[in-house]
Design a protein around this ligand. Structure first.
Ligand SMILES: Cc1ncc(COP(=O)(O)O)c(C=O)c1O
Length: 442
């Protein structure tokens, strides 16, 4: 710990998704950030290979966003959006809609990805009820899916540690598709694996088991990030779309990490050319400047719910005190303008080949058993130490941090998702640092 940290009391902050005791014994603290870099409290520059938590897509410290937030807070700090409004909320919704696939242009604002997921699940239930099919209450998620930490999200999600302690109280009426990850069939695939489209047919099995008339929605991440970069097999999402349509089931894409340029397109939906009924988003919507999320619903979903309400009555009993908070809305408008003006999604697309090559050059490095990638996302899976899943990746993460590069790891999978402003030199720095770290760890 550096001298300016010695007096910091670390005991009160109960840290999220962190080994609290391990961290507090040797804390890693950032004090500032600009562009592609963080600065630690002991004044070291650290290259951000993860865009924070997959969220700072325009790079850190964008003055346009800071200025928009400052101006907004000085003009009007807060206004409710329950039975009141403010122009920026509507402007932000119009801007977000502009980035969504055609027809998914009814935007509900939340404060996080987890809230977006809960909102989407509620929309699906409200939609079916409004059309006289209120018995459609079942949700189908997927193994290894991550949909945040609300009770809805952990129930449709498929990550054991996130569910285990709470398993007695998960949401009822949930089933799961199998995940699509298979190292025998698809290790070291560049881009989308050709194996695995048939796994979407498992939805037919669940329909045969539960009957379509009980199923409200299927929710999947088009590309799963947090659980170790799982790229959808070719044809898989297309197949899911077809089956959902055939059975009157809504398809929800959780795009909390993929929306706003991660794959070099505004959404994964656009990238894969598969349009769901509902898209959840957060994170890069406003460059993570202020907590914010959103849900884009199709006009059909929106109109069905809204038109079913009695005249002059609230149609959807849902919302947050901070829905479309003025400062968050201002930061979203400023961020979305930057994405367009700086052509950041095009830049991400142009660099994705270089990024892919750099990641796959680590094939053959010690401990590496798979490398996968799409757009500006890559995952490197390591052999686990016997009886100590995650320990080796943690050591690599630590070595990289000490060498000035921030990477992420889940289990023994390293994940990379730099801000979209990254350049070739920085891509090289990221993967050469990882290569050195892999040589050093046991
Ligand atoms: C796909 C997906 N959904 C939901 C979430 C939850 O978002 P939040 O942490 O903002 O609640 C995440 C966070 O990483 C995510 O990756």
């Amino acid at each position: 710990m550096s001298s300016n940290q010695t007096n910091l009391n670390l005991s009160n902050f109960w840290m999220p998704f962190t080994a609290n005791r391990q961290f507090k014994a040797a804390p890693r603290l950032f004090k500032s950030a600009k562009g592609m870099h963080y600065t630690t409290t002991d004044d070291r520059a650290v290259l951000d290979a993860t865009a924070g938590l997959w969220c700072v897509n325009a790079g850190h410290g964008r003055s346009e966003i800071t200025e928009a937030v400052r101006q907004q807070l000085e003009t009007m700090d807060y206004a409710p959006t329950f039975q009141m409004g403010h122009p920026l909320a509507f402007e932000a919704a119009t801007k977000v809609a502009d980035f969504m696939p055609a027809g998914l242009d009814r935007i509900f604002f939340t404060n996080s990805g987890s809230e977006s997921v809960d909102t989407a699940l509620k929309m699906a239930l409200a939609y079916h009820r409004a059309r006289g099919e209120g018995q459609r209450t079942r949700f189908i998620g997927r193994e290894r899916g991550y949909h945040g930490v609300g009770f809805g999200g952990i129930s449709v999600g498929g990550i054991l540690p996130n569910r285990k302690a709470f398993s007695g109280n998960l949401m009822p009426h949930v089933d799961h598709l199998p995940h699509t990850h298979n190292l025998v069939e698809a290790a070291f695939t560049r881009g989308q694996p050709t194996w695995g489209a048939h796994l979407a047919d498992e939805l037919e099995r669940l329909v045969a088991l539960h009957d379509a008339s009980t199923i409200a929605a299927v929710i999947v991440e088009p590309l799963a990030g947090s659980t170790g970069v799982l790229v959808p097999p070719k044809g898989y999402l297309e197949s899911l779309r077809e089956l959902c349509t055939k059975h009157g089931i809504l398809l929800i894409f959780d795009e909390v990490i993929t929306a706003f340029g991660r794959l070099g397109a505004p959404t994964a939906s656009e990238y894969f050319n598969v349009v769901p009924d509902i898209i959840t988003m957060a994170k890069a919507i406003n460059n993570a400047a202020i907590p914010m999320g959103a849900v884009a619903a199709s006009r059909v979903v929106h109109d069905t719910v809204v038109n079913a309400g009695a005249e002059n009555a609230i149609e959807f009993f849902h919302g947050y005190t901070y829905t479309a908070h003025p400062a968050a809305a201002a930061s979203a408008v400023a961020t979305l303008d930057i994405y367009k003006r700086d052509r950041l999604f095009e830049h991400a697309k142009e660099l994705s080949g270089v990024f892919e090559d750099a990641a796959h050059e680590l094939r053959g490095s010690p401990h590496v058993k798979d490398i996968r990638n799409l757009g500006l996302v890559a995952g490197i899976e390591l052999e686990s130490r016997p009886g100590a899943v995650g320990a080796r990746a943690y050591d690599v993460f630590l070595k990289c941090f000490e060498a000035g590069v921030l990477v992420r790891y889940t289990g023994d999978i390293l994940a990379f998702s730099p801000p979209l402003i990254v350049d070739e030199r920085q891509i090289d720095q990221i993967f050469s640092t990882v290569r050195d770290a892999l040589r050093e760890v046991a």
